[in-house]
Design a protein. Structure first.
Length: 100
């Protein structure tokens, strides 16, 4: 369900309601994320997103457990898009990554 034109892209985002802003707001609210950066890699059609998510809820969780937590939080939104790539960090991991 990828858009072929800008008009189709706008229609897709309007009908699904999935935008980087809505995804970010949900993650901040439900995962208490201190940092969320979502990039639309689909050229604006709202079908392919990559996200950096920093949350204390990721502490002591494996990468798989972190992804499951995020995917469970965004279950309805993910069903409406084509591709979703989360990169999940604890606040401590994020600070180390920024410093390097």
């Amino acid at each position: 369900m990828s858009a072929r034109t800008d008009v189709e892209a706008q229609e897709t985002q309007a009908t699904t309601g999935v935008t980087p802003n809505t995804l970010g707001a949900t993650l901040k609210e439900k995962l208490e994320a201190s940092h969320v950066d979502i990039q639309d890699l689909s050229g604006g059609c709202g079908q392919m997103f990559e996200a950096v998510i920093v949350s204390p809820q990721f502490t002591k969780k494996t990468t798989l457990a972190r992804h499951r937590l995020v995917n469970g939080t965004l279950k309805e939104e993910i069903a409406a898009i084509h591709a979703w790539t989360p990169k999940c960090y604890t606040p401590e991991e994020w600070e180390k990554k920024k410093a390097s």
